[in-house]
Write a protein that binds this ligand. Structure first.
Ligand code: ADP
Length: 481
């Protein structure tokens, strides 16, 4: 044991031996990997080491047009006519193949995105498979899911996803779209394209009819070309509120359906009657694990005044034990920040918090000299007007406030532009129900945090977007009635 709270763990790196990465990836269009008409490629790097992992194609408008046309042809000729029970077989097959290749997918996710292997192995990949299993189950039961409503597919879904849960977000988008009878053009984020391209290989190997799913890579302009393509009938976007607003403007006046899952600034609320150790663990899980790279990260903490000293002491102790470092090490709690740009943004916010007069506390841990890393950071004595309380940081930075009454904490927790999620920690069931009805947040976790299930809808209020993913709500978003 080192010091009062720390142990030294021997390194336990996950092997990369079974990972097969090409040097260069083309666009997955019409069931094949094809060279981009743009003739351009860009590199994707490991944010923990700076190592170049592969080059991926940079799709331009003409490439997007090919992908959308492939999706449209597959929709008209094959997919919309196929009985639900046949569609389900393909979706199940994809789910099983994700399970079979789970280790490889998890390692690639951690290499490309920087998240700890524990997270990608235990959360991202199994949940991605579960989403395909769950929606496969609905494909032949749409009329039972929505009785008396004659559900019909929409056509081509254009899907744009961010870098924080690359494979899982692809699954959230693709599985319900296919179950509902739509075809897909999906674009992963530019910093994390590799697991989506591995998924393209799985989809090819699953025998899914050509063109039903097309996966293309590129930057924001590629995403914009998907959004603006006239043959796209539905846009599903997860990413920043800023880009969400651009997309909403872009499709105004068209009959495209849209779901937006945008930023968040979730409150974790600890009442004096809560199981405090459990609550502290939930707060740590909510903001520090996965580097705070979660839209629903619990980035604000409200602690009832009577237990504030105890909770903050326990929180600081727990922060000391967190291991920041190699994402592929099974002991790592906090991996690499996804990109230099993101690390700069987080550091800028830490400086803003200091300048605003909040009291900063960081773990005394060391961080690797190479790569993009950030220590878990706590800000005490913050107030509602502070930017670190109002704005999404998307890093391992927690802003703490105290409160006295339930009315006060509801008012403060709701008083931000976002409303994606929240956490409530209390021993009293009645208090939980009272809070869940008054919190303006799409998801309210009670005595737990960051728990996901394919059957449960997820989505936001206010600037966190609209529409729901997951569950029957997520299926309805890909249907017209
Ligand atoms: P983040 O801040 O999470 O990186 P972004 O909103 O910048 O979120 O990016 C999310 C996804 O949206 C990425 O795949 C990105 O390439 C894409 N994107 C960026 N700009 C646009 C745009 N104008 N139209 C469509 N997609 C875009």
């Amino acid at each position: 044991m080192v010091g009062e709270f720390k142990w030294d763990y021997a390194p336990a790196p996950e092997s990369k031996d079974h990972v097969r990465l090409e040097k260069q990836y083309d666009l997955f269009i019409g069931g094949k990997f094809v060279k981009p008409l743009s003739k351009k490629y860009f590199a994707t790097y490991n944010p923990a080491t700076g190592e170049k992992l592969a080059e991926v194609a940079q799709a331009n408008e003409k490439d997007v047009d090919l992908a959308v046309k492939a999706a449209k042809a597959a929709y008209d000729k094959v997919w919309k006519k196929m009985p639900g029970k046949e569609r389900a077989k393909y979706i199940y097959r994809i789910a099983r193949m994700i399970q079979e290749r789970a280790r490889e997918l998890a390692v690639i996710e951690s290499m490309d995105g920087g998240k700890p292997i524990r997270e990608s192995r235990d959360v991202d990949v199994p949940l991605a498979a579960n989403h395909f299993f769950y929606y496969a189950g609905w494909a032949d039961k749409l009329e039972y899911a929505f009785p008396n409503r004659t559900p019909q597919s929409l056509g081509v879904a254009g899907q744009i996803i961010p870098w924080n849960f690359p494979l899982l977000m692809a699954a959230w988008k693709i599985a319900p779209a296919l179950a509902a009878g739509n075809t897909v053009v999906l674009k992963p984020a530019e910093t994390t394209p590799l697991t989506a391209l591995k998924l393209a290989e799985i989809i090819r190997d699953s025998g899914l009819p050509d063109g039903v799913v097309n996966i293309i890579t590129g930057y924001g302009d590629t995403g914009a070309a998907i959004v603006n393509h006239p043959q796209v009938n539905k846009v599903a976007f997860t990413g920043s509120t800023q880009v969400g607003k651009i997309i909403q403007k872009a499709i105004a006046g068209t009959d495209k359906k849209i779901t937006l899952e945008l930023g968040g600034k979730a409150a974790n609320i600890i009442f004096e009657d809560a199981a405090l150790d459990q609550a502290v663990e939930g707060v740590v899980n909510g903001i520090f694990f996965n580097q705070g790279h979660v839209c629903c990260a619990g980035s604000r903490l409200f602690v009832q005044e009577s237990v504030a000293d105890t909770v903050i002491r326990k929180l600081k102790q727990r922060m000391e034990t967190l291991i920041v470092g190699d994402p592929l090490d099974k002991n790592t709690d906090i991996g690499a920040i996804n990109s230099k740009e993101q690390l700069d943004k987080i550091n800028e916010y830490i400086q803003i918090g200091i300048n605003e007069g909040a009291e900063m506390h960081q773990s005394s841990c060391s961080i690797p000299a190479k790569g993009y890393f950030c220590k878990p950071t706590l800000f005490l004595h913050t107030s509602q007007s502070h930017r670190i309380v109002q704005e999404e940081i998307f890093g391992p930075v927690l802003a703490v406030q105290t409160f006295r009454t339930i009315e006060e904490v509801i008012e403060k927790a709701n008083n931000i532009p976002y409303g994606l999620s929240a956490g409530v920690w209390t021993d009293k069931g009645s208090k939980i129900f009272n809070m869940t009805t008054k919190m303006r947040a799409g998801v309210v976790w009670a005595n737990t945090y960051n728990k996901f299930d394919p059957a449960s809808p997820f989505g936001g209020y206010k600037e966190s977007g609209f529409g729901r993913e997951g569950g029957l709500h997520g299926l309805a978003a890909y249907l017209k009635f």
